[in-house]
Design a protein. Structure first.
Length: 405
């Protein structure tokens, strides 16, 4: 039996999409992305759903039965989106994305709550951030609310079967991607693009035994730079960084702590935001992380949520600071016994405690409570946000997906 979609109207199978109003999009009088125009092409070959362990031992990411696609052309705007069977894409060898890396993406999760409901965590922020990335890489933008509706549509169709209610505590990873597809060699903004959304399984990364261990980046490598595109979620931020994790120096370590500039500013842990909790020299407890104002790091949704929670709920107990800080400051704080805890945040890692940083052969050891498997502040933040993700606490950040019973 074919799945049934819930949230938005649309057209079944191969019927033509209904005509809607034209609207301004990307500076011209062209069609905007409109989730209500979606065309449904359900698969006739539902695949077996693997358990989480089996899915995550595969050499490829196992995705759900369907994906959503939408084509954009500079001359006409966005065509009607389609929900179709998951499968290969067809693009020309001369496509802009293959020759000039014109692509950006997002990462988010859908969580099956203890109450049986399926939730997204602050999806509007991911949708808004994709527009920021698209602008940076000369790709079309769209109404972020329409993107969110399309994500909800995909989950309403595939969520009940691929993450059923008896898998409370599980999640699916959602990957929206926008790529330039114009088949023309030449360094210019593409006039054609493809937006697509898929969902699948990825491993849990938020709990390394004994904490995450970081090794600082080599002197001859940087992940991002001021004036670049570190704030945008594009492939060019990730592919070139992989080489830093290769070699014998990474034996026993999980991720790179990326340093920037002559003073060694601490920026990101792998592809995640980096936090330290320490005692300042004036005796106050401080949560510190790199700032966003120079556009060097990504504005993480989990990062933002951690900062907002601490500012709202732990006021008076801990101060929040977003500023540049260096590896030298961490060594000084360690020597003076002021480092209390550290953690990394992101969609993949969620909130992951950090226990060690190695820099040029010297180690900074960071305390972790053996019972909590985290520092006290880290554990408190992770518990509160985790309760929102899995429906143990009612909060506006947890967006419930309507599902067909």
């Amino acid at each position: 039996m074919a799945p049934t979609a819930v949230p938005v109207s649309g057209t079944q199978l191969n019927s033509p999409a209904p005509k809607g109003k034209e609207a301004l999009a990307n500076g011209s009088n062209t069609a905007q992305l409109d989730a209500s125009k979606i065309i449904y092409k359900f698969t006739t070959n539902l695949r077996a759903v693997p358990d989480e362990a089996t899915a995550n031992t595969s050499d490829e990411t196992i995705c759900t039965d369907h994906m959503i696609t939408a084509v954009w052309r500079a001359s006409t705007g966005w065509e009607a989106p389609e929900l179709k069977p998951y499968g290969p894409l067809s693009i020309m060898p001369t496509a802009s994305v293959l020759n000039y890396a014109t692509e950006c993406f997002e990462g988010m999760k859908a969580y099956r709550g203890d109450d049986g409901k399926l939730r997204l965590f602050r999806p509007n922020l991911n949708c808004e951030r994709l527009n920021v990335s698209a602008s940076r890489i000369s790709l079309p933008t769209f109404d972020a609310a329409e993107m969110e509706k399309l994500i909800v549509t995909l989950l309403s169709v595939d969520g009940p079967r691929w993450l059923p209610k008896d898998r409370a505590g599980g999640f699916l990873y959602i990957r929206p991607i926008l790529i330039g597809t114009q088949a023309r060699i030449g360094v210019h903004a593409p006039k054609e693009a493809l937006f697509y959304i898929m969902a699948g399984f990825i491993p849990r990364l938020d709990s390394y035994p004994g904490g995450m261990r970081l090794h600082t980046s080599p002197d001859d490598l940087v992940r991002a730079w001021v004036g670049g595109y570190g704030y945008a979620k594009i492939g060019a931020n990730y592919g070139p960084s992989m080489i830093a994790k290769q070699g014998p120096h990474m034996q026993g370590f999980h991720e790179i702590l990326w340093l920037y500039g002559d003073k060694g500013e601490c920026t990101e842990a792998g592809a995640s935001n980096f936090f330290v909790v320490w005692k300042r020299k004036d005796g106050k407890t401080e949560l510190i992380t790199a700032p966003l104002d120079d556009k060097l790091i990504l504005s993480g949704v989990t990062r933002r949520s951690c900062l907002e929670f601490v500012r709202q709920k732990l006021i008076g107990d801990i101060e929040v600071t977003e500023r540049k800080f260096t590896i030298g400051e961490l060594f000084e704080a360690q020597a003076e016994g002021r480092i209390l805890e550290s953690f990394a945040t992101g969609t993949g890692f969620f909130i992951c405690p950090i226990s060690q940083i190695r820099h040029r052969g010297q180690d900074i050891m960071i305390p972790i409570d053996p019972e909590l498997q985290a520092g006290e502040i880290t554990h408190k933040i992770k518990t509160v946000l985790g309760d929102i993700l899995y429906g143990r606490a009612n909060h506006s950040w947890g967006v419930v997906i309507p599902e067909k019973e």
